[in-house]
Design a protein around this ligand. Structure first.
Ligand SMILES: Nc1nc2c(c(=O)[nH]1)N[C@H]1C(S)=C(S)[C@@H](COP(=O)(O)OP(=O)(O)OC[C@H]3O[C@@H](n4cnc5c(=O)[nH]c(N)nc54)[C@H](O)[C@@H]3O)O[C@H]1N2
Ligand SMILES: Nc1nc2c(c(=O)[nH]1)N[C@H]1C(S)=C(S)[C@@H](COP(=O)(O)OP(=O)(O)OC[C@H]3O[C@@H](n4cnc5c(=O)[nH]c(N)nc54)[C@H](O)[C@@H]3O)O[C@H]1N2
Ligand code: SF4
Ligand SMILES: [Mo]
Length: 752
């Protein structure tokens, strides 16, 4: 992409939502001669109003990246060759059917990665692929991410994906724990310009406090930084809860008639006084007391915890206590507190899991090698390597990866890198040959972000406003090329023993669609409740994501209900409003959302509270020496934007942050290499001495380590960096969610 102001004046301007993160920024693309010449913020976007970050201006580069795979590829040994789609599917059929015929479906699994959450075609149809193929269990980046939150929301609210978000647009007090929107732009919290909200809270006379082992860019902007020993947030929050009860500050507010188990929370917190937890957390008892009183006294307050609270030893307890503090202080389901988003088009994840209608069950089956219990249908992602590498009945022989790079993102990633070549069949639905997909036998590329329509399926579920935006494709792809949803249904067909032909794929799409229509016609909150599903199915003569999105709008809260509400919305309304449609801020809606068997907020599930015993034992444990945490960077997106040259300018970003006193104690010099070792492995990486680290904590960014042979990401491999997951022991998981522990890893650091 070249930025040429003269050319831009005559350019064709297209509006589009950036699919790279949860900020969902509106972009203005200048297109000339089939190329993007300039990307600017779209100030008329109803949602983002002109906010963007440096990544948003690079969609043209991503589209044009010569390393991006555009045609299917088949690998024979070390050699890749381009093949036709028919030949690619024939090879998939041969390999995948071969495994199924020889070893059965239990030898087949899938790994689903993060970009599925940012691509309508993938997010809708991964669900179809999993449901229809019969693959179970699958693995996902979810177990190195938000699985603790999913457990909490399943138990408290009856749906793992109804995740309440802080209403930062209206709150007077924001407690940010283990999140750094300065880099991430917000996560499970959709809001453009989250950092600007910190200023706006201050202008309202409020405060923002950041609890993090690192004085992040977010902490710099906030009113107070509270450093905390990694992995001890649950103890810190229990002490806050203790103070709320001890000092008579508990008030449930609007949800008072809806909460069960408050006394049980009191009982759990009783022994966790600020004085008891202070040493382990590294936070003075007076600070904990003061923060508890500040939260309770604020006109409204929102406690928010994200990846630093999930990817740690007590991920579920900590994530649970975030919601508990909001509930106990009357800050749940009310403006300025923690609220459920209210999407215009419902996401597939909002449908409750019928298996849990009578309540959630965990450990319904166990992993073969390690005996790990399933949690919400998945095993920890760190089990994947051993399930492939360990011979015996049920050994995994086939893997389908969908928009994931677990050789970088999964703990103890070296073991997975070693195990993948043992597979008899590996198929990757992905756009690059990277550390993971280089092991695939067949690579089935998706479309570029500019070649497909876009509507954020999931992200509006935790957005600060009820809004929506549809972007058409900027460069329509070759019509003979399947879109990702067709690729996924083709693979499902193969698993079902059917040929992956267009007719079979259409049939699967129709069956999936009919199932969703039937579910909504039985949902008493939908304008299509009670209708004949056939009547709705008959309204369409073509399938695919367009039909799905139209249905999600029309059967949603503001939908036209197929005639039931003539002035209601359809997808066409979004197509006619390229700047988006905004229907207002979050509203209280817990009563509508709740799907627990009791239809009440089960605030103290035994499954979670019993884990407090493990936390108690942690408090007795002597403080670890040096521990490692992860960080994110504005110009990266997990592992996959390091091939964008403009984002890679400037000095090396993959550095080990070390506090000056730790550096001098360990003989580490700024800019010199250090060797970092854990029980899992070791890496050598340049040191960056920085007083933004808490003493005793070092920090590496995640998503690096592009030095593997056989990848085809020319820019990324020039800036390889190191993979911090070489240091994360796969055995370390949060016991009750199975989520990986990649923060708070004991390490030794010496000059290299
Ligand atoms: N140590 C440590 N580990 C972590 C984390 C951490 O903080 N620290 N964070 C964890 C978190 S939160 C996450 S979400 C995971 C991420 O883990 P993953 O999801 O495994 O990793 P990504 O780097 O997001 O990989 C994205 C993949 O999708 C491909 N891709 C990009 N766009 C598309 C598309 O449109 N279609 C298709 N088909 N493919 C596409 C890319 O080429 C890449 O292979 O990492 C986790 N791992
Ligand atoms: N630019 C950019 N944006 C992204 C991504 C990206 O890679 N780059 N990834 C996206 C994805 S997949 C996700 S899940 C989100 C994540 O979004 P965030 O949760 O905001 O992610 P991070 O920026 O990694 O911030 C995590 C913070 O947790 C802190 N931390 C680590 N351990 C602990 C602990 O034990 N306790 C406490 N209190 N804090 C701890 C770290 O120091 C860090 O500051 O970001 C998304 N947005
Ligand atoms: S913050 Fe950046 S990456 Fe995220 S949506 Fe906006 S422009 Fe895209
Ligand atoms: Mo994530």
């Amino acid at each position: 992409m070249t930025v040429d102001a003269g050319a831009a004046a005559s350019a064709d301007i297209r509006l589009r939502t950036c699919p790279l993160c949860e900020a969902m920024c509106g972009l203005q693309l200048h297109v000339e001669d089939g190329r993007v010449t300039l990307i600017r913020p779209n100030r008329d976007d109803v949602w983002s109003k002109g906010f963007i970050c440096p990544k948003g201006t690079t969609l043209g580069h991503i589209h044009e990246d010569p390393d991006r795979v555009r045609v299917p590829m088949v690998r024979d040994g070390e050699t890749w060759r381009e093949v036709s789609w028919d030949d690619a599917f024939a090879r998939c059929e041969e390999l995948l059917r071969g495994v199924i015929d020889r070893h059965g479906m239990e030898a087949v699994t899938a790994f689903v990665g993060n970009p599925t959450a940012h691509n309508y075609s993938l997010s809708r149809y991964v669900a179809a692929f999993i449901a229809m193929s019969g693959i179970s269990p699958i693995y996902s980046s979810g177990t190195v991410d938000q699985w603790p939150k999913n457990v909490v929301c399943q138990l408290l609210y009856g749906n793992m994906w109804q995740i309440p978000a802080p209403d930062v647009a209206r709150t007077h007090y924001w407690l940010v724990m283990g999140a750094n929107p300065h880099a991430s732009m917000g996560s499970l919290l959709a809001r453009p310009d989250v950092l600007g909200d910190i200023e706006r809270i201050r202008e309202r006379g409020g405060r923002t406090v950041v609890v993090d082992p690192r004085r992040t860019g977010t902490a710099e902007r906030a009113d107070e930084w509270v450093p905390i020993v990694p992995g001890t947030d649950a103890a810190f929050l229990l002490a806050i809860v203790h103070v709320l009860f001890a000092d008579g500050l508990v008030t449930l507010g609007d949800v008072a008639d809806l909460v069960d188990g408050v006394d049980d929370v009191d009982a759990v917190a009783r022994e966790f006084t600020p004085e008891v937890v202070s040493h382990a957390c590294g936070v003075p008892a007076e600070t904990i007391r003061r923060l508890a009183h500040e939260i309770a006294a604020a006109p409204s307050a929102a406690v928010y915890g994200r990846i630093g609270l999930c990817n740690q030893e007590f991920g579920t307890l900590a994530s649970w206590l975030v919601d508990v503090v909001n509930i106990l202080t009357g800050n749940f389901d009310r403006p300025g507190g923690l609220m459920f988003g209210n999407p215009i088009a419902w996401p597939i994840s909002s449908l409750p899991n019928p298996a849990f209608a009578e309540g959630a069950a965990f450990g319904r089956f166990h992993s073969r090698v390690r005996g790990a219990p399933e949690v919400l249908g998945q095993f920890p992602v760190s089990c994947l390597a051993e399930e492939i590498a360990t011979p015996g009945d049920g050994q995994l022989k086939a893997l389908v990866t969908i928009a994931g790079n677990p050789v970088i993102s999964a703990p103890e990633s070296q073991r997975l890198d070693d195990a993948l070549p043992m597979l008899e069949c590996m198929i990757s639905v992905d756009n690059w040959i990277n550390e993971t997909t280089r092991h695939a036998h067949v690579l089935l590329p998706g479309l570029s972000p500019l070649e497909q329509p876009h509507y954020d399926e999931m992200i509006w579920s935790w957005a600060s406003r009820s809004a929506g935006k549809w972007s058409p494709a900027v460069f329509p792809p070759d019509p003979a090329r399947p879109d990702e949803w067709e690729v996924l249904l083709g693979l499902a067909a193969i698993c079902l023993g059917q040929p992956p032909t267009t007719e079979v794929v259409r049939g699967l799409d129709d069956a999936f669609f009919s199932g969703l229509v039937a579910a909504k016609c039985a949902d008493d909150t939908s304008p299509v409740f009670g209708r004949d599903p056939q009547e709705i199915v008959a309204a369409y003569d073509a399938g695919g994501p367009d039909r799905m999105a139209d249905f999600a709008v029309r059967s949603g809260r503001w939908g036209d209900g197929y005639g039931a509400r003539p002035d209601g919305l359809t997808l066409q309304h979004f197509k006619d409003e390229p700047n988006g449609i905004d229907l207002g801020p979050m509203v209280p809606r817990v009563r509508e959302v709740l799907r627990t068997p009791s239809r009440r907020i089960e605030v103290a599930p035994r499954y979670i509270t019993d884990d407090a015993a493990r936390l108690r034992a942690r408090l007795e444990r002597p403080r670890d020496g040096l521990v490692l945490v992860s960080r994110r960077q504005v110009r990266s997106k997990n592992s996959w934007l390091h091939n964008v040259r403009v984002l890679m300018k400037g000095k090396d970003r993959c550095t080990l942050l070390v506090h000056p006193d730790d550096a001098s104690r360990l003989g580490l010099v700024d800019g010199a290499l250090a060797r970092v070792a854990s029980e899992a492995g070791s890496v050598e990486v340049p040191v960056e001495v920085s007083d933004e680290m808490m003493l005793g904590v070092v920090c590496l960014p995640h998503g690096w380590g592009h030095d593997r042979p056989g990848t085809r990401q020319s820019v990324a491999s020039e800036h390889a960096g190191v993979n911090n997951n070489h240091l994360a022991p796969g055995r370390l998981v949060d016991a009750i969610s199975g989520n990986a522990v990649v923060n708070g890893i004991p390490v030794e650091v010496v000059p290299a």
